[in-house]
Design a protein around this ligand. Structure first.
Ligand code: GLN
Length: 538
């Protein structure tokens, strides 16, 4: 079932196998027809994660990267769209030698060949393959078929793990195993028998229910792993190990641990549990609400990056979602921003809520509230600065107003043709690009400290960060903005594009055109987030 925690379970299993000395990679299979996640609304599908090679993918790849501390690439992501696209392309190129190309076996075969390809490229000992969606759904049948075939051809090399939800209805207060029993029956009808069942629930699963699942679902009792809700997802590997999951998996493959351990990770889980002091962060955005529910999924990497940086600074983050549209209707509401130690404006697209974000940014600038802008958060900070410090009254980004007098943020020239031809998929400025960080800036200090500890002002600093945008700071206005005090602290050396801005005489006001959140890891928090949280604590 979506949202039950398959992604973090997969990532946590990866972490455990890694901690036994093995090289691990993970593949996400999404059953939708979209070729990638780039064209999807984050409210529908959650955050679009971006890998270093510019793949716009499911947020679970972010979980894998954070847990495994490895950079993944396009090979780690499979969708129905990708599979069909390559089969159809091959058919058009006469690569099936005149045969009739059929859904079975050609589609599962393509899935298998993609998995083999990832194995070759990554040289991993283990590949974790997460099949998205719910068992019994029409959409993921062909992927289950591929999984069945892989096991058939390599019986000793495949272990199946089912992540199942066990509800505890409040009226009766008892954990129910029936949905899991049905899930296994349904999985069986695809020719797959799970070897291990991860029992996701609000509370730990007890022995009588483990026994019941064992009998009805045809698995050993010790192969039912308890996975209760935990305060932090980073405790999950440690919790799985309490049930010996690592040992159980290795035993099924007939191999042994190569001696390494989860020490760092256990220490992190411990730190998290014992944090007392809080830091209050407000996130001003718009992808929060769907019907009566507030979802934070759209900003998952931002949330995790805040957590990593907070843990590093030994504080517990308290996050509040602030809907920017409310600041447009009621200016007085801006005062609530004072209640926070720091404010973040994350990435975004389109005009809804934009004026509210600009107002919030101005409030942080004037009232010296620590501010971190991420992508759209940089662009709107530039608009605010142009309007209210440089007197360019109708300054804007041409994403919002096409023909304004001061287009301080404008579409990149190479993007114009793409937009005219409606070529939206995978055409933004995506993935890794270089950035030269200027000496003497807050950004420089942040990166330097994180990398080398002590400041050495002589060294030049070149960093690589991940991108996802079409619009840029318009270089025609760069001089005017700089004259009035906007510092361009990071620039892409190849195309002279502004990558980081900041302002002086402020506790912390830094924004980046790239998305630092994608590179933050639990044991290696991102420098900009690290220093932002530090400033918040002051
Ligand atoms: N909409 C802006 C652009 O395309 C910002 C994108 C973002 O925040 N990721 O440039």
């Amino acid at each position: 079932m979506s949202g039950v925690g398959k992604g973090v379970s997969t990532a946590a299993i990866g972490k455990i196998l890694q901690s036994k000395g093995y090289k691990v990679t993970a593949i996400k299979i999404d059953p939708y027809v979209n070729v990638d996640a780039g064209t999807m609304n984050p409210i529908e599908h959650g955050e679009v994660f971006v890998t270093k090679d510019g793949t716009e993918c499911d947020q679970d790849l972010g979980n894998y990267e954070r847990f495994l501390d490895e950079d993944l690439t396009t090979e780690n992501y499979i969708t129905t769209g990708r599979v069909y696209q390559s089969v159809i392309n091959r058919e058009r190129n006469l690569e099936y030698g005149g045969k009739c190309v059929e859904v079975v076996p050609h589609i599962p075969n393509e899935v298998i060949s993609r998995i083999n390809n990832a194995a070759k490229k990554t040289r991993a000992d283990f590949i974790l393959i997460e099949i998205g969606g719910t068992i019994g759904e029409y959409q993921n049948l062909l992927f289950l078929e591929a999984a069945r075939m892989i096991k058939l051809h390599n019986p000793k090399d495949v272990v199946f793990i089912l992540v199942s939800y066990l509800p505890v209805p409040h009226m009766i207060g008892e954990m129910k195993t029936k949905p899991t029993q049905y899930a296994v029956r349904t999985l069986n009808s695809s020719g797959i028998q799970p070897d291990i069942i991860i029992a996701r629930s609000e509370v730990p699963i007890d022995q009588p229910r483990k026994r019941k699942i064992s009998i009805f679902c045809n698995v050993q009792e010790e192969d039912v792993i308890s996975s209760p809700d935990l305060e932090s997802i980073y405790e999950i590997p440690v919790n799985f190990e309490n049930d010996d999951l690592g040992k159980i998996i290795l035993k099924k493959f007939g191999i042994r641990s190569k001696k390494k351990d989860l020490k760092d990770w256990r220490r992190l889980a411990n730190t998290i549990k014992n944090l007392k002091k809080k830091v209050k962060i407000g996130i001003v955005g718009k992808y929060f609400e769907t019907g009566d529910f507030v979802l934070a999924d759209s900003y998952i990497s931002v949330i995790e990056a805040i957590k990593h940086a907070s843990y590093f600074n030994k504080v517990k983050p308290e996050l509040t979602w602030l809907s920017s549209e409310l600041y447009e209707k009621n200016q007085n509401k801006l005062r609530e921003l004072r209640e926070f130690d720091g404010i973040i404006v994350p990435g975004g697209f389109g005009s809804r809520g934009t004026e509210g974000k600009i107002k919030a940014i101005g409030y942080c600038r004037r009232n010296k509230i620590p501010y971190l802008g991420l992508c759209f958060g940089l662009q709107l900070a530039v608009v605010e600065f142009a309007r209210n410090v440089c007197g360019m009254k109708d300054a804007n980004t041409t994403e919002i107003i096409k023909h304004c007098k001061y287009p301080v943020i404008d579409v990149m020239p190479d993007q114009k043709a793409l937009l005219q031809e409606k070529k939206y998929g995978a055409t933004m400025r995506l993935g890794d690009y270089l950035c030269l960080v200027k000496k003497g800036t807050v950004a420089y200090q942040s990166y330097f400290k994180a990398k080398w500890g002590k400041l050495n002002k002589k060294q030049d600093l070149v960093i690589t960060e991940r991108h996802r945008h079409r619009y840029e700071l318009n270089n025609e206005f760069r001089k005017d903005l700089e004259k009035r005090g906007l510092v361009m602290s990071g620039v892409n050396p190849e195309r002279d594009l502004v990558e980081i801005i900041e302002i002086k005489n402020h506790p912390f006001f830094v924004a980046s055109q790239f998305h630092p959140e994608f590179k933050s890891r639990p044991l290696n928090p991102h420098p900009l987030f690290r220093e932002f949280i530090k400033a918040c604590l002051k």
